[in-house]
Design a protein. Structure first.
Length: 300
């Protein structure tokens, strides 16, 4: 299939084929959480008539190929065209656009994701592409193998595999070089070390793996060895963790150096005051813990 035909594939059908559902649909537009980054504000819009998309948070826009560059994180156009074609062929389309029933509210993001993942099978993390991906992110392989699984699953009849990190509700955060998502239910992940005084708080499981790697290599300030560990798996999951966090005398926040991370710290300080320690101050030149591992400093 050539570029001209690829560009005729409706973006909404491509997104649905890779498990991304609209939260709000009108006759002309479909609204989504951005499929290639953490998005809490429903800032990604597709114009169905013109078949273009716009991200209000980043001011980026484009056609299906521009979107695939971000989703698959590569500028290899032949590879992108092949992946789009495999996910959403132009004719006949394997699936159609989701439209909520007029008398029903649209299912939330977590419910929608729960319907598309099937035949889940967990194995030891041994896939070379997945291990290579983690290695490029600087993650210690022994730590990754201890903390994560390799998930095999089907989505709309296609088979996929990814790194899987379990949460306390029986769901999994999943990640591979081309996709970042969740097998519902979405929840926090809690790793108890038997502590009653101290807990280290992270936003995502890649931050958690980075923390363990940095600690092992003695490259990070860790005031409380043996602290319990809690991963939000999304900044908006903080309310789900509050009852547990309130029991600790010290909360060490290893969050992202951005507005979302600062909001979490501010919210916790309103409740726990000086018990909340902003550990982001120990890595001011980096956006997050993984950037420390790979040596990627923030733009000035």
């Amino acid at each position: 299939m050539n570029i001209k035909l690829i560009r005729q594939i409706p973006i909404v059908d491509f997104l649905l084929a890779i498990g991304i559902y609209p939260v709000k649909v009108t006759s002309c537009y479909a609204w989504y959480y951005a499929p290639y980054r953490e998005d809490e504000d429903l800032s990604f819009k597709v114009n169905k008539n013109r078949n273009i998309w716009y991200d209000f948070a980043t001011a980026k826009s484009g056609d299906i190929i521009d979107l695939a560059v971000l989703v698959y994180r590569t500028h290899n156009i032949p590879k992108i065209l092949k992946m789009i074609e495999q996910a959403a062929p132009a004719a006949p389309l394997r699936i159609r656009t989701f439209v909520p029933h007029p008398q029903q509210s649209a299912p939330d993001r977590t419910q929608l994701k729960a319907t598309v993942f099937q035949n889940l099978r967990l194995e030891l993390l041994e896939s070379l592409p997945l291990l290579s991906y983690l290695s490029k992110r600087g993650i210690d392989m022994e730590i990754a193998s201890q903390e994560c699984w390799e998930a095999h699953y089907t989505c709309h009849g296609n088979s996929y595999y990814a790194i899987a990190f379990p949460n306390e509700a029986g769901g999994y955060e999943i990640r591979n070089p081309y996709y970042k998502g969740c097998i519902a239910p979405k929840a926090v992940s809690f790793i108890s070390q038997g502590q009653t005084d101290c807990v280290c708080l992270f936003e995502g499981f890649m931050d958690y793996l980075s923390f363990l790697t940095l600690r092992k290599r003695e490259r990070l300030s860790v005031p409380c060895y043996g602290a319990d560990l809690l991963v939000l798996n999304l900044a908006n999951n903080l309310p789900k963790a509050l009852s547990r966090l309130k029991t600790y005398k010290h909360i060490y926040c290893y969050l992202d150096n951005d507005d979302a991370g600062r909001r979490v710290v501010d919210m916790l300080r309103e409740i726990k005051g000086d018990a909340v320690h902003d550990m982001m101050e120990t890595y001011p030149l980096y956006k997050d813990l993984n950037d420390i591992l790979v040596g990627k400093k923030k733009m000035p």
